[in-house]
Ligand binder design. Structure first.
Ligand code: BDP
Length: 719
């Protein structure tokens, strides 16, 4: 063993005896390795007597440190490091490079199925000795394997049965931070930006490392540091130097840095007359800028671009297409191996056709025109991260262009950081939706993982919900959304319930009754929010600009499609947006099988009814109720469900840490108030059109409609 390895081993063992006191704040996320019950720990100690883990890279060293610290926390004992396989109970961790002898073992066969980032975890006999093996082709794979193994221990699972071989289905698994350089976070509800630009590059906040650990532990391998509404300053030398420091900190955790690029930067920073992508001077400016970025960050991931959308500059300012704009940046990045993630969230700045149609109209004709290192980033739905949307019609419609998913983890439209809404169910609802692009089973997941169209470049982005809040995400349960996003970026077919249970166990421990009651609560929670905000396919009813609270009355703004009345179309004749052939025709952007599913209001699933149809108030639902009764049922039911959540949580008193218990309890009380506000405001507002009574047995809203319309909310976070 060489001297460096010995020193690292020594440091690792010293460190694992110096654990800081257990934080009760939620700061440690799902990586809080509290002691396991004595019997479980004793059992593991029998099977984990020694660690054989040669360290040859920074990433190995991180993995080893994580393992030792966690095992010490869970088992109360530091793993003994050895150089050779022991008789029983060795944990062997390595790659073909660090453990060449492994190549001769049957277990090495699994390496053929784990790619560059995957891993195998197996309990097997090696040279006749019962051994647990974590193997991978690279150090990144080892790091992911170690985190997965720690999850096994946290969940108290039997390690003698371990036989897992996995690799990510999506290559680029990114967070998008909508973080501004002044540290405000657009649509951020968990404090300020994690990036302390003023003190960077000099001060390396330890929190950057904890951020990287958390992401690596769920498979995230990239981060876009700055807001899509980008400030060109991000591309100047001082900020690149700061970003390079973050990249250095994140690198051992397998995380690459990317930046949002402002399309007009050549004008703002380079004093050029325009930013026309076909102007050679502009192209040269970007080539030089990209080369400069790579001098700071040699493994820079690439650019994210919001162009010609909501006032952002873009190629259309010069009569050029999105493809021409994206390709110019792609050509600059290509020699260095970088990619362009070009957002499809665009809509015309003139009076719109149905906004739901616009991204498709704009991008579909460009299919096949993008460079190989461009991937088009499409939001999960065609409007804008609503509590429920049908999947975006672009998925499956551009077989000649790599498409990636953009989810919003931050809860801009799902109750900010006061509402408990587990988004794993929202993510998987979209991912498992069938586009029928190539017959049945053409799910959105198969579009973005490349298996449907053969696209080589695959990626997923999640708009981050992290900030300086001590528990990172504001609401303790919002941590589950960060966690679920990472897991689904690794495997878009993953089961939302399995992920929620995993998170619960790793966060709150393995008490069966606690898991058994909190899991159904989490699984229902997003539907609950839909019920009291935008049931039956309604969408975009929230307060003006800040998007807090109900605002179905919002009208007469500078753009029709920034108002609520545009989306719900409520009048005496009924409610809902007709997107069938008799209306905007947006439904025709989907495959015929999808059209058939939604076209007939008699058979259209209730969840999407008013998304696709404008129906009279007395329309008969499948349940036999009138539409008005069903609408009221959802609004009132949603509030009752929040009360149920409160009762479920109250029953956990004494079973979870008291600080977190109280915080969730208080937040659920706020959620109940907010849900009631949504219910009363929306029911009263729509009642003026339906002219129908609130069904018998349901309590009347406390105030008249004008009261709700006149509520003002000042200094709402996230703008
Ligand atoms: C909207 C947000 C806005 C973002 C925009 C986007 O309200 O703050 O800039 O999405 O995705 O939902 O670009």
């Amino acid at each position: 063993m060489n001297i460096t390895i010995r020193i690292l081993l020594f440091l690792a063992c010293v460190c694992c005896h110096n654990l800081p006191l257990a934080a009760q704040s939620g700061y440690r996320l799902w990586l809080d390795f509290k002691p396991l019950p004595t019997e479980t720990a004793a059992n593991y100690k029998q099977q984990l007597r020694a660690l054989l883990f040669p360290v040859t890279s920074q990433t190995d060293s991180v993995a080893r440190q994580e393992l030792l610290t966690a095992v010490n926390g869970l088992l109360g004992e530091c793993l003994k490091s050895v150089d050779t396989l022991q008789e029983t109970g060795t944990l062997v961790i390595g790659t073909p490079a660090t453990l060449p002898w492994l190549a001769g073992e049957a277990i090495a066969e699994h390496l053929r199925h784990v790619g560059d980032e995957g891993y195998g975890i197996h309990h097997t006999a090696i040279k006749g000795k019962p051994t647990t093996v974590i193997l991978a082709n690279t150090s990144s794979g080892i790091l992911y394997g170690v985190y997965a193994f720690l999850g096994v221990l946290q969940r108290g699972e039997d390690i003698s049965q371990l036989a897992t071989t996995t690799q990510p289905k999506i290559a680029l698994r990114l967070l998008n931070h909508w973080d501004n350089l002044d540290r405000t976070v657009e649509r951020g509800y968990a404090g300020f930006s994690l990036w302390d630009w003023h003190r960077l590059p000099g001060y390396r906040d330890p929190r950057y490392t904890d951020y990287a650990r958390a992401n690596a532990s769920i498979g995230i391998n990239g981060t876009v540091l700055n807001n899509v509404n980008a400030n060109a300053l991000m591309l100047t030398a001082p900020y690149l130097e700061k970003a390079a420091t973050l990249a250095d900190i994140f690198r051992p955790y397998g995380i690459k840095v990317y930046l949002s690029a402002r399309f007009s930067a050549p004008i703002e920073l380079g004093s050029l007359a325009d930013a026309d992508p076909l102007n050679p001077e502009v192209q040269q400016w970007w080539n030089d800028k990209v080369a400069e970025i790579y001098r700071y960050i040699p493994d820079f991931g690439g650019f994210l671009v919001k162009a010609n959308s909501e006032g952002q500059p873009g190629p259309q300012n010069y009569g050029r297409s999105h493809a021409e704009g994206a390709n110019m940046l792609a050509d600059a990045l290509n020699p260095h191996g970088g990619v362009v993630m070009w957002r499809a969230f665009v809509y015309e700045d003139t009076e719109p056709e149905d906004r739901a149609k616009q991204a498709y109209n704009e991008f579909k004709p460009l299919d096949g025109q993008f460079r190989d290192n461009v991937i088009v980033q499409v939001k999960n739905g065609a409007i804008d991260f609503q509590p429920r949307e049908p999947f975006h019609p672009l998925f499956g419609a551009m077989p000649g262009t790599p498409l990636m998913m953009e989810f919003q983890i931050t809860q801009e439209y799902l109750g900010f950081a006061t509402n408990l809404a587990y988004l794993g169910t929202l993510f998987s609802e979209t991912l498992l939706a069938d586009t029928y692009a190539d017959g049945p089973h053409s799910t959105v997941a198969r579009v973005i993982d490349g298996s449907l169209t053969g696209q080589k470049l695959t990626a997923m982005a999640g708009v981050a919900n992290t900030g300086t809040a001590i528990n990172w995400t504001g609401h303790p349960f919002a941590q589950a959304n960060w966690f679920a996003y990472g897991k689904m970026a690794w495997d878009p077919d993953a089961d939302a319930g399995t992920i929620a249970e995993d998170w619960l166990r790793r966060t709150f421990g393995n008490d069966a009754s606690l898991i058994g009651t909190l899991l159904p609560m989490m699984m229902q929670s997003r539907e609950t929010v839909v019920n009291y905000m935008t049931p039956l396919g309604l969408h975009h009813l929230m307060g003006w600009s800040h998007h807090y609270g109900p605002g179905p009355w919002i009208k007469d703004k500078q753009r029709a499609d920034w108002t609520s009345v545009y989306y719900h179309q409520a009048g005496k004749d009924g409610i809902g947006f007709d997107r069938t052939a008799s209306g905007s025709g947006a439904l025709s952007q989907y495959a015929p099988e999808v059209q058939a599913l939604f076209a007939d209001p008699q058979t259209c699933p209730d969840e999407y009814l008013l998304w696709f149809h404008h129906l009279p108030w007395d329309f008969r639902m499948k349940s036999g109720e009138t539409l008005w009764e069903a609408l009221c049922g959802h609004y009132y039911g949603g509030v009752e469900e929040v009360a149920d959540m409160q009762a479920v949580w109250e029953a956990q008193r004494g079973k979870v840490d008291s600080t977190v218990f109280q915080e969730v309890s208080d937040l659920l009380a706020i959620q109940h108030q907010e849900a009631t506000l949504w219910r009363d405001a929306c029911v009263l507002y729509f009642q003026q059109f339906s002219g129908m009574p609130i069904p018998d047995g349901l309590e009347q809203p406390e105030h008249p409609l004008e009261y709700y319309e006149n509520l003002q909310f000042h200094f709402v976070p996230g703008i």
